[in-house]
Design a protein around this ligand. Structure first.
Ligand SMILES: *Cc1c(COP(=O)(O)O)cnc(C)c1O
Length: 358
């Protein structure tokens, strides 16, 4: 058992109507905090009321962005509060830590702290279909010096936010612009880490795409502008001639190794659907579209789970996928994963972890 101090809140907050609050706008009663310095290592793990923190204007993260984060979700299953693939998310946080030279978080303390935090805030987990309690662990540098160097002090926090169903108007396909001007990440860069810098690098292209009527951009590799990387801040998968094909983060190191993509591939294999993780070029996708082998395209990520793609625009030409409708595989996968979340589908994969009892 880790030594986690608990400070009770004086007054519980009023809970909002989750159907009206969108994503990440409201926060629960508690948060988990832990600090790092060279002398003590990671220390002082605690769960305290969610409150503002004070930061020096010279805080290293504000200037140089040495920070990482995770995003996962908690659900209700009958009288249990559960987390989906929490250990995988905490392990990925430590992989991101390595890339940014942030000292690794003690896994057991973070894991125990997360379970305890969910248990304390379990009444915040919404109950309606598609809603969840979004969990945001993050680590950032807390040195107060303007000299550029790896920070000697950090803070690790976990905050929780009840979120509305991602598809407010029902599960629906999106329009995607294949981005041939801007790049999100390049090999040798930070693409494999879940770090704010990759988001900063993607905002402008996303805005430009929005302004001309697209939901997201599809990122090509930064070197040849040829190989598919990701879509917005999701991974991307294709169904070509019956096979589920997705770019491999093992081969293309500028891609984030998404846990939802892994979930999709594991389930597909269990269903007997062939799965391939490899390089795939935009030319191959267009050729498959033109000769009728491109059956489906969809994004995967914790926020949306599955995001079917109805239209791809590349070099000014629109390619409609599956008549612009949701593909049967994407629909079946979405329903199955949503079923796992709420316990309607029995978890034979070991994805669900119980954090608390009502
Ligand atoms: C978080 C993230 C994803 C999706 O990862 P999941 O683990 O499936 O939520 C994909 N791409 C980027 C860039 C991300 O930051």
């Amino acid at each position: 058992m880790a030594d986690i101090k608990i400070v009770e809140t004086k007054a519980l907050k009023t809970k909002p109507d989750v159907s009206k609050i969108g994503f990440g706008t409201h926060f629960t009663d508690y948060m988990f905090v832990m600090d790092y310095d060279v002398e003590h290592g990671w220390h002082d793990a605690r769960i305290v009321p969610h409150e503002k923190i004070s930061i020096d204007p010279a805080n290293a993260t504000l200037h140089y962005g040495q920070a990482i984060f995770e995003g996962l979700k908690a659900y209700r299953q009958g009288n249990k509060a559960v987390l989906f693939r929490a250990k995988d998310h905490l392990q990925r946080l430590n992989r991101s830590a390595k890339i940014l030279d942030i000292p690794e978080i003690p896994f057991d303390v973070a894991h125990e702290g997360l379970l305890k935090l969910i248990d304390m805030d379990k009444d915040w987990i919404p109950t309606d279909k598609g809603q969840s309690l979004y969990v945001r662990p993050f680590v950032f540098a807390t040195d107060e010096v303007l000299g550029v160097s790896v920070s000697k002090r950090y803070k690790f926090m976990i905050i929780l936010s009840p979120v509305a169903a991602y598809y407010a108007h029902g599960f629906a396909p999106v329009k995607i612009l294949v981005e041939d001007q801007y790049v999100r990440a390049v090999r040798g860069g930070l693409g494999a880490a879940k770090t704010p810098a990759n988001y900063a690098a993607s905002l402008h292209a996303g805005l430009v795409a929005h302004n001309i009527g697209f939901d997201q951009v599809l990122w090509l590799d930064g070197v040849e502008r040829k190989y598919i990387e990701e879509v917005g801040s999701m991974n991307i998968l294709f169904k070509i001639n019956g096979e589920i094909v997705s770019p491999s983060p093992q081969i293309q190191t500028s891609i984030l190794d998404g846990i939802t993509r892994r979930t999709v591939n594991q389930i597909a294999k269990a269903w007997g659907v062939p799965v391939s993780e490899r390089r795939i070029s935009i030319d191959e996708v267009i050729a498959a579209h033109d000769d009728g082998r491109l059956e489906e395209v969809f994004g995967s990520g914790t926020a949306a789970v599955i995001s079917p793609v109805g239209v791809l625009r590349y070099k000014g030409k629109d390619y409609v996928i599956g008549d612009g409708k949701i593909g049967p595989f994407a629909q079946k996968m979405y329903d199955f994963i949503e079923g796992l979340h709420v316990g309607e589908v029995p978890d034979t994969f070991g994805f669900i972890e119980v954090a608390g009892q009502y």
